[in-house]
Design a binder for this molecule. Structure first.
Ligand SMILES: NC(=O)c1ccc[n+]([C@@H]2O[C@H](COP(=O)([O-])OP(=O)(O)OC[C@H]3O[C@@H](n4cnc5c(N)ncnc54)[C@H](O)[C@@H]3O)[C@@H](O)[C@H]2O)c1
Ligand SMILES: [Zn+2]
Ligand SMILES: [Zn+2]
Length: 396
């Protein structure tokens, strides 16, 4: 089959690789019909997650049709021919964490726990196509995908909804939703969202679905005007991270108290607000003195009102420098974060889609054949050609 393979930092290519096979008795093989590229894939391509090996297949936002099932898959839950979305974290459904709906913390699906235990104290769930830190599973930017524990992980989709309407239940819709839901949003709350990528877009819409009074989105208006426009079309006000001093603007908007909720939908590869700040974190990451560039998170903590909530769907991997712990502690902020517990949100979000309250296909700007995946990565990475979200089509 064809698959998008990681070769080295900044180099991916489409290669002919062996078809996946049923290895364990509860595996499924899914023929992929649509598969998206995520901001999290960029962290792998840009070399920020140091647990990749040449030949690893990327992709954790796939959907398709079940082609083959192992003998022990519960046929009451999934069958050959079912149309399914695959959540990016793999759950077992039975451990302490899965039973508490903390699916991305599953204790049983990461067969390679040592790096996670060394780096984070405990390893978390296996994640498809997301490095050997999370199990080294082959990902879904491919014609075929093996999914372990298929009767727990495959999410059946209704025929009347298109691929583009349901595909993002694999990751970015639940991710934006969990980021907003974690903040106990009240009707008169102002929610500020850093980053207008797909995660930011779904956080904005989720905050509004959850009744936020006002949503303010922050990104770079010169670099990604189309993302700002998409945020505005959802009902958000926007602030350009360069043209205005974000803290002052947020204070103006909130009568001097700051946003009640601040969501960092940028993560470890944020751009700095000043040349000096950018240079500082670039130098520190290049010298291995820190592992990420937490510009957006620092600013979110600084801007959040006293007693407010900072929610962090943006991905971080290791250790950050100049982390404003003093602001966090003295203002009495609450931090909410995590890899998304996707399975927990699928039923409710599918209901929102089915009822027409949101149509996630709004975020798709590019659909390309899988064979053009390297170009798709380039467009998405450089934010060229108005690229906000790419869906790859293995059958094209
Ligand atoms: N928690 C999870 O389970 C989960 C799931 C999916 C994605 N993520 C993470 O969410 C983040 C966003 O993903 P995405 O797909 O939207 O990525 P993306 O790269 O498309 O979007 C990031 C956006 O942030 C903007 N940005 C950069 N620096 C900024 C700054 N200092 N202030 C404001 N905006 C800034 C960029 O211009 C860009 O529009 C990534 O870190 C990704 O890894 C987390
Ligand atoms: Zn993702
Ligand atoms: Zn589990």
């Amino acid at each position: 089959m064809k698959a998008l393979v990681w070769c080295a930092p900044y180099k991916v290519q489409v290669e002919e690789v062996p078809d996946p096979a049923i290895i364990n008795r509860r595996d499924a093989i899914v023929r992929i019909t649509s598969t998206a590229i995520c901001g999290s894939d960029l962290h792998l391509v840009d070399g920020f997650i140091p647990f990749m090996q040449p030949g690893d297949i990327l992709g954790h936002e796939p959907m398709g049709v079940v082609e083959e099932l192992g003998p022990d898959v519960d046929r009451n839950r999934v069958n050959v021919g079912d149309r399914v979305v695959v959540p990016f974290p793999l759950g077992c459904g039975q451990c302490f964490y899965c039973r508490r709906q903390l699916w991305s913390c599953c204790d049983n699906t990461n067969p390679n726990p040592t790096p996670g235990e060394t780096l984070h104290g405990f390893s978390t769930a296996g994640i498809l196509g997301y490095s050997h830190l999370t199990g080294g599973f082959a990902g879904g930017q491919a014609e075929l995908l093996r999914v372990p524990l298929a009767d727990v992980n495959l999410q059946k989709m209704p025929a009347e909804l298109s691929d583009h309407q349901v595909l993002f239940l694999s990751d970015v819709f639940p991710t934006g939703y969990m980021a907003a839901e974690a903040c106990n949003i009240q009707p008169d709350d102002t929610v500020a969202v850093w980053g207008c990528g797909p995660v930011g877009q779904f956080a904005i819409r989720s905050a509004l679905l959850l009744g936020a009074g006002r949503v303010v989105a922050i990104d770079d208006a010169r670099r990604v005007p189309e993302r700002m426009a998409m945020a505005q079309s959802a009902g958000a006000e926007t602030i350009d991270m360069h043209d205005q001093y974000v803290y002052d603007r947020l204070l103006d908007i909130t009568g001097g108290i700051g946003p009640d909720v601040c969501i960092d939908a940028v993560g470890m590869e944020a751009h700095g607000y000043t040349a000096l700040e950018s240079f500082y974190d670039k130098l520190k990451t290049n010298l291995f003195q820190e592992t990420e560039r937490p510009h957006a998170l620092r600013q979110a903590i600084q801007c959040c009102r006293k007693g407010g909530t900072v929610s962090v769907p943006g991905v971080y991997g290791g250790f950050s420098d100049k982390f404003p712990l003093g602001a966090l502690m003295n203002k009495g902020l609450t931090i909410k974060t995590g890899q998304t517990h996707v399975h927990r949100y699928v039923p409710a979000l599918l209901e929102h889609i089915g009822a027409g309250r949101i149509d996630p296909s709004f975020v798709v700007t590019h659909r390309l054949p899988l064979s053009e995946a390297p170009r798709a990565y380039e467009l998405f990475r450089a934010k060229q050609d108005g690229c906000i979200k790419v869906v790859l089509d293995p059958a094209a």
